[in-house]
Design a protein around this ligand. Sequence first.
Ligand code: DSN
Length: 411
Amino acid sequence: MRIQDLEVYRAIRSEEDREKNNLLMIASENYASRAVMETQASVLTNKYAEGYPGARYYGGCEYVDEVELLAIDRAKKLFGAEYINVQPHSGSQANMTVFFSFLEHGDLILGMGLQQGGHLTHGSKVSFSGKFFRAISYNLSSKTHRIDYNQVRDLAKKHKPRLIIAGASAYPRIIDFHRFKEIANETGAYLMADIAHIAGLVAVGLHPTPVGEADFITSTTHKTLRGPRGGLILSEKKYGAKLNKGLFPGIQGGPLMHIIASKAVAFGEALKPEFVDYQKQIIVNAKVLAEELTAYGFDLVTGGTDNHMILLDLTKKGITGQDAEKILEKAGIVLNKNSIPFDKKGPMVTSGLRLGTPALTTRGMKENEMKVIAGLIKKVLESPGSQTIINEVSKIVSDLCHSFPIYKYLD
Ligand code: DSN
């Protein structure tokens, strides 16, 4: 990068060092490839292209049309969907597009509660989804902490929502989209599947796909899918015209063509056989981490994981999620505090931690490293006040990061 703005340059270099020298275990983060990042830094950032390929409100769109069509074609191949929209700036905008296209102000929606693992845009009072729409939420089973499909069905039958949302930001188990579709059919609701977290797993068949089940599927492109920060909508052809209009001019203006190009590059990467191996390893790593942490006496929400994430219940360990996050970060292990189902503590404190394996797996880490990392987490959390332990663990983290450089993957 050119050193034209020293302050910004320094911040970027520091972030690069942070990403290189820490174990990034935030379940929603990943390392995009250099090709993905370089495409974002291209001249395409200069171009206005309101509209869709072949029907723009600006001249000079021939090359951005090519790029958007490539992104759409590749996403269609990847997910097997009839309709794709690659223009949402984010997952929230993808969700907002569906709401704006198919709901009226004040319509009823039913999604997983935020504290139970749902996303802000699934009906939380602090987001547009809970302010402009009437929102009710389903809880997880108080016994298993898994989705209680009977409860979802009962709520849907009683309240008759216009839209049911399947999907979560903190749920370590398989989501049964078919069950959700049965409930939506029975109660006359649309079904939206938000696959932001699991998109990479869905793309390679390691999580059942909602394509063919949900009316609308929304996602981000930067989590397990490992593309640029952005959003995506999948649907059936019959909903395409409404979704297109709902997105532009409904809720967005000019699409970010440099990001759309970068999505095309990421989808191209995801179509390669290596991507299947990568996704498989994400799950293997999460399972090994889960087993090791369980063996060390940690309680895992639902007792384990089927996907890329683990939710630790720290209640019995006598430490809050907030404190655990801070102490682990001091030792170079970066993850986030997270509410656990029926958490007695508020969202800024929490009783849980969310751990993910997508970024570590991108660095090439495998089962052995997961075993080491589980041991490090145990060590830090068992002696939260000990600087000696933090120093000791930091040294091992640093050695691990050195042995698995991100630039080996990025270059
Ligand atoms: N904020 C994201 C996450 O961390 O899960 C969801 O959008």
